[in-house]
Ligand binder design. Structure first.
Ligand code: SF4
Ligand SMILES: [Zn+2]
Length: 379
């Protein structure tokens, strides 16, 4: 991952007049269907990614490659995004992303964080603001200061990438470099400050089979609720440029999960608490997302995929799990046969996969084929 980060090219010019990403959608908030907006500010670049970071993550490619973006730029960019959202009068939920940790002073300056949260709080009838952070930056000082900058009538939510309960999957397959104790501690600090704790669980980390991924995600969602998280997003993994997942996919050694797997995890966990489905909202956007496949070998998307993503959107806006039972397609039988295959020995599976890849070959390919049609196979 360190070699991939070092080879990642700088992104094009970024202007303060536009957020790096800005989108709105329908969402479910405390019993109501509401309009929610997401604003991504030009990321400094996640400090963990600078050290190599998570194997599925390509957000470094849209960042300032670790050079801290100045306060003025972040504040101006956020103000410009707010101006664009003014025409959307009924925004009730605002998510603010830096594709890293909003509570890390080295990724966003404290004064910018304060102004941005105060500005976000001034939105008429806003009910919730969501930010994200790795657990090590969730200290009482950072969290209480963020809470103090947010109007008291607004729910503040902090999202944390738990990804997987299993230490081997989280720290070897994903390279998250976190301990479970750190998440428990973070949830305690968040709750002590009257804030909502959100966990992201990754469905199908690199190296893990479809069946292994489903079982791990189900256990991870249950664990997240057990240690006190208030809400969980099941993040259907996707492919991002300049990541190990992309390298593996190009070699035919990895693909995002079937949508049937996503539905299966939610069906088995929705009774435990508030569970949403994610996997689309990243900057830069993913080049390939979870889908159903026509058959195992071709990796072509089945025509049911679009309709199922629409159902997922409706589920996220209503939390009506019955909606997910409405999905039907003949490809489900292919998925059922595939998902019977379990992981027998992950360490040897990883060694086997690593023996078939070359990071240098991938980097050469990326530099030579920056405009190649997608997806392409390495030879
Ligand atoms: S997934 Fe999050 S913690 Fe991991 S490298 Fe990406 S931004 Fe950093
Ligand atoms: Zn299908």
């Amino acid at each position: 991952m360190r070699k991939i980060r070092a080879a990642t090219p700088r992104c094009g010019e970024v202007l303060w007049t536009n957020a790096s990403a800005l989108s709105t959608r329908e969402d479910y908030l405390n019993g109501d269907r509401v309009r929610a907006a997401s604003v991504t500010l030009f990321p400094t670049g996640c400090e963990h990614a600078a050290r190599g970071g998570c194997t599925m993550c390509g957000e470094w490619a849209g960042s300032n490659l670790g050079n801290r973006v100045c306060s003025e730029f972040h504040v101006a960019q956020f103000a410009a995004a707010c101006a664009k959202l003014l025409s959307e009068e009924d925004i009730r939920w605002l998510r603010i992303y830096v594709e890293g940790s909003f509570l890390n002073d080295r990724e966003i300056a404290p004064e910018a964080r304060e102004v941005i949260l105060r500005m976000a709080s001034s939105f008429r009838e806003i009910r919730r603001i969501t930010i994200e952070s790795r657990p090590e930056y969730i200290t009482n000082a950072q969290v209480s200061s963020a809470r103090a900058c947010t109007r008291s009538s607004i729910e503040l939510e902090i999202g944390i990438g738990l990804e997987a309960k299993n230490d081997f999957i989280r720290n070897i397959c994903i390279e998250k470099a976190t301990s479970l104790a750190a998440y428990r501690q973070a949830v305690n600090v968040i709750h002590a400050n009257g804030i909502v704790a959100l966990a992201y669980v990754l469905l199908k980390p690199p190296f893990v089979s479809e069946r292994g991924a489903i079982e791990e995600a189900v256990e991870s969602v249950a664990y997240a609720f057990e240690i006190g998280f208030d809400e969980v997003y099941v993040q259907a993994s996707s492919i991002h440029e300049w990541s190990l997942s992309e390298l593996l996919m190009l070699k035919g050694l990895y693909s995002p999960p079937w949508l049937w797997s996503v539905l299966e995890v939610v069906k088995r966990t929705a009774h435990l608490g508030k569970v949403k489905i994610g996997g689309l909202e990243y900057f830069p956007p993913p080049s390939k997302v979870s889908q159903n496949y026509q058959d195992i070998d071709s990796r072509l998307s089945c025509s049911c995929s679009e309709g199922i993503w629409h159902l997922i959107g409706e589920y996220n806006a209503t939390h009506d799990a019955d909606l997910l039972t409405k999905a039907t397609c003949a490809c489900r039988r292919i998925w059922q046969s595939l998902s019977m295959v379990a992981d027998t020995n992950l360490p040897s599976q990883i060694s086997h996969v690593l023996s078939m890849i070359s990071v240098e070959e991938y980097i050469r390919y990326k530099h030579d084929h920056s405009n190649a049609p997608y997806p392409c196979k390495l030879h």
